[in-house]
Design a protein around this ligand. Structure first.
Ligand code: FE
Length: 442
């Protein structure tokens, strides 16, 4: 027998990431979202290694240990870099037409979001443009947006409808969301949000619009299996507590799990309602009451905080993340990507969370990965680097996790591995452009 035959047979894998200065695994959080001090536990492996095969993570550990059991054709050397789960963005309004840069300028000059909405702008302007747009136009826009998100390290996103506000147009948007999930490598989780605004044609009889959402739209969405969640903009001058409760209960009865835009512009009782209806998450929460937050902690409702949205409102107020963490509310972070808060980048959201809400980088990383995955029902699949999970992994050009938030305003992504495939490689791209310019100089 030859010498080689005596060696243990190493399993052949597709990709092996080796020597990560910090491998942030976030292991052990798939059952329940992290709360309180757990949010600081990233389960970091120094000199870490991940083995990927057939789209899944099959080994995680110290580089020397994993190398003993596997071999790979593609080896990614992450020495000096940080490796972590791909970002999960649990709150986006991904599909819309047009833009609102004029309103941005009005806000810069002092107009409030609600003033703009009451003047027929804001969401209602986007509704007019989205109704006119074809599915293909919306699809093209969505694909481009997902490309930008992916290049910034986001591998799973939630997407809400809500710029149609008729059964036909809401179904059109949800159909686009479904196709985006089929066509793009990024996983897209659909939420029905017909209760995003009162459309102009129901201005004088909003109750009739609530009836339309409850009796017509929700059954159609559920029957076609076009959404997993049902969301509502519960706010003064939008949907009342009672209307929001009816919409969320109607969704629940048809299998749509409740989410709620709560207490964003005023203390309105949205956090309390979220706990009352057993919502998966409540979002924004800038003005949430102490009682509401305590009720959320008790019921395990996840607070999805959106500091980029607060930043874009320019009111100088942010959700009280420290209080939420102290109360034991699980905190997640999202972009709130939409035409009044045009941001695709979870790295910048982490920076905002650190600067404006005093979350530590570790807490913000937990919030933008495993807790965000919990907020959209995907924690068993993504949000941490553990054997058996989807191989959604990013390599960042930073030596340790504390650089997230600290170094901001540039894209820190070096590589993105999605479903076990290398889909973004900045190192190669930059090497190519250096070659190109060197040639020019000859
Ligand atoms: Fe939103």
């Amino acid at each position: 027998m030859s010498k080689a035959a005596k060696k243990p047979v190493k399993e052949k894998v597709d990709i092996l990431i080796v020597n990560a200065n910090e491998l942030i695994t976030l292991a052990g959080g798939s059952e329940k979202p992290r709360v309180g001090k757990q949010m600081r536990e990233l389960s970091v492996i120094r000199g870490g290694c991940v083995a990927v095969k057939d789209g899944r993570i099959i080994a995680v550990g110290k580089t020397a240990d994993v190398k003993k059991i596997v071999r790979a054709e593609t080896i990614i050397n992450a020495s000096g870099k940080t490796v972590m789960p791909g970002f999960v963005d649990p709150h986006t309004h991904l599909v819309f037409a047009g833009s609102r840069e004029e309103e941005f300028q009005m806000r810069v000059e002092g107009a409030s979001y609600m003033e703009i909405l009451k003047a027929g702008g804001g969401i209602l302007k986007t509704v007019r443009e989205t109704r006119k747009a074809s599915s293909d136009e919306l699809l093209g826009f969505g694909l481009n947006t997902l490309d930008v998100m992916l290049s910034h390290g986001t591998t799973t996103v939630e997407a809400k409808s809500g710029y149609g506000l008729t059964a036909k147009d809401e179904l059109k948007i949800l159909g686009v969301i479904k196709r985006l999930n089929q066509l793009h490598v990024v996983d897209v989780v659909p939420t029905f949000m017909g209760a995003h605004a009162i459309p102009n044609e129901y201005r004088s009889n909003p109750e009739d619009y609530v009836k339309l959402v409850v009796e017509d739209m929700i059954p159609k969405v559920a029957e076609r299996k076009l959404a997993e969640f049902c969301d509502v903009f519960c706010e003064k001058d939008v949907f009342t507590i009672e209307q929001s409760r009816r919409i969320l209960e109607a969704g629940k009865a048809q299998g749509l799990k409740p989410k709620i835009h709560a207490d964003e512009m005023s203390s309105f009782g949205g956090a309390e309602l979220a706990a009352h209806v057993g919502a998966v998450s409540a979002e924004h929460l800038l003005y949430a009451s102490d009682e509401g937050l305590k009720a959320m902690a008790e019921k395990g409702v996840i607070a999805v905080l959106l500091p980029a949205a607060a930043f874009s409102l320019m009111a100088g107020r942010y959700a009280d993340a420290r209080k939420m963490i102290e109360y034991g509310v699980p905190v997640a972070l999202g972009t709130d990507f939409n035409p009044s808060c045009w941001i695709e980048n979870q790295q910048l959201v982490i920076a905002f969370a650190c600067h404006f809400m005093r979350m530590t980088p570790a807490e913000a990383i937990t919030a933008a990965t495993i807790n965000a995955a919990h907020a959209i029902g995907r924690a068993h699949e993504v949000g941490s680097i553990e054997v058996g999970k989807k191989a959604d992994i990013i390599v960042l050009n930073i030596p340790n996790h504390m650089f997230l938030g600290y170094r901001f305003g540039v894209n820190l992504v070096d590589k993105v591995i999605k479903n076990g495939r290398l889909v973004v490689d900045e190192e190669t791209r930059l090497a190519e452009s250096v070659k190109f310019f060197s040639k020019e100089l000859e």
